[in-house]
Design a protein around this ligand. Structure first.
Ligand code: NAD
Length: 275
């Protein structure tokens, strides 16, 4: 059950739970934690060029000895590389650092105004050329998606957005559902800052699970893909141990009620003005 998958609209399957490596130090910390995650059963790894740890992710993949086709590797094009030619180049560089022949998913990291449509053309080319199995976006508001869809040949398979009980992103999630775009939560644990909420602890105690597991389970029951990050082996294991309990409708509603539209990260509209 750890490897429960979701169907993306282009027909490929993606694990519903993955391992995020933002702020994991390049080198040993990345290699060790990604290997630990793979050992614990994670098959989806979420990195990005800007995290500067793609080489370590690649090394962990090789050393894990898990067949490449069992893994699902995501990376993202950074803002400075947006535009058609530069995206194609950035993709090749990511692939080289990861030492892979193909990626499973490549994302536009942020909607940089005036650039992301050209970037998307390059993503479509990479997809058509078979270099990546699926293409998507990250941090897109509804208006960015509407704009992209106006002249896109391919609909993004996914929108990876900041999403946790304090920021439930209802509007974006509804839009994505209607377009068959899967939603993936970054900072699914609210960067670890929500774990002392009494409501969550109460629910966790009832199920003999942790507050982190309750939040991650809430995401899964909302059909949201999660990529929690930790470099602590026992937490890495804890964050994928989600399949022996179910939240009741009442508990789901209690967690929904924690929404306060509060972001821990940047508002994507920051990239609206040319930089
Ligand atoms: P997160 O919500 O996953 O929180 C991570 C922090 O929570 C950890 O540093 C740790 O302190 C704590 N934590 C994790 N598991 C715990 C547990 N079981 N018990 C107690 N504390 C625990 O936040 P994140 O790392 O920012 O997001 C996850 C991933 O999302 C990133 O690693 C990255 O891959 C991706 N991400 C993407 C974007 C984007 O713009 N697309 C932005 C930020 C992060």
């Amino acid at each position: 059950q750890q490897n429960t998958k979701v169907n993306l609209h282009n027909g490929i399957k993606m694990p519903i739970i993955g391992f995020g490596v933002y702020k994991v130090e390049a080198g040993t910390e990345t290699v060790d934690s990604v290997k630990e995650a793979i050992k614990a059963g994670y098959r989806l790894i979420d990195t990005a060029a800007i995290y500067q740890n793609e080489s370590g992710v690649g090394q962990a993949i090789r050393e894990s000895k898990v067949p490449r086709e069992e893994l699902f590797i995501t990376s993202k094009v950074w803002n400075d590389d947006q535009g058609y030619d530069s995206t194609l180049k950035a993709f090749d560089e990511s692939l080289k650092r990861l030492d892979l022949d193909y990626l499973d998913l490549y994302l536009i990291h942020w909607p940089v105004a005036g650039k992301y449509s050209d970037t998307w053309r390059a993503m479509e080319k990479l997809y058509k050329d078979g270099k990546v199995r699926a293409i998507g976006v990250s941090n897109f508001h509804v208006h960015h998606l509407e704009n992209l869809l106006k002249d896109a040949a391919e609909i993004p398979v996914i929108n990876q957005i900041e999403l946790h009980p304090r920021l439930n992103q209802e509007q974006v999630r509804n839009f994505c559902r209607n377009q068959s775009i899967a939603v993936e939560a970054w900072a699914p644990l609210g960067k670890g800052k929500l774990l002392d909420q009494p409501e969550l602890i109460k629910i966790a105690d009832k199920h003999q699970k942790t507050a982190a597991q309750v939040i991650l389970r809430w995401h899964l029951q909302n059909d949201v893909i999660v990529i929690p990050k930790s470099v602590n082996p026992s937490r890495i294991r804890e964050n994928i141990d989600l399949f022996d309990f179910t939240l009741s409708l009442k508990e789901m509603k209690q967690i929904n009620a924690l929404n306060s539209n509060e972001r821990f990260g940047t508002n994507p509209d920051k990239y609206e003005s040319p930089q």
